[in-house]
Design a protein around this ligand. Sequence first.
Ligand SMILES: [Zn+2]
Ligand SMILES: [Zn+2]
Length: 155
Amino acid sequence: MIDKHQGGCLCGRLRFSTEGEPERASVCHCRTCQLRTGSAFSVSVYFRIVKVSVLSGALLSYTRESESGHRWDIRRCENCGTALFWTISGYDWDGLIGVAGGCFDPPAFWYSLTREVFTRSRAPFCTIEVPHHLETHPAHAPRHPDPPRLDGSGA
Ligand SMILES: [Zn+2]
Ligand SMILES: [Zn+2]
């Protein structure tokens, strides 16, 4: 039997479903994730794009290039602004879509986390229980420096 899960945004207009286990799931403390969520970290659950279906609602897209040259395409509910999905170019992200880990219907946290990344900008009050802790990310290779508010190296 295929494991299916549903979820959605705060207002409920944007609904989605996922099929099967994620390719990986992790916590990210990078400044991009802190700012795109407005929180201390993101919970990033990656699926093959074909395993994620939008059932209703409409998405707004915001694109930016990371300091390592990866193109982020962040998608939010056009009504309430919940950031549900993103894609990132390069590394092994092509063909994957990130799903915001807090947006699944209860029991929301049904998946297992494999690691936390960008611990260099982790909030001092965060203790995440995962098998692996990485100071940055295997794909982190800055080409052009981010402005100080986005640079997590001194946090
Ligand atoms: Zn919404
Ligand atoms: Zn991040």
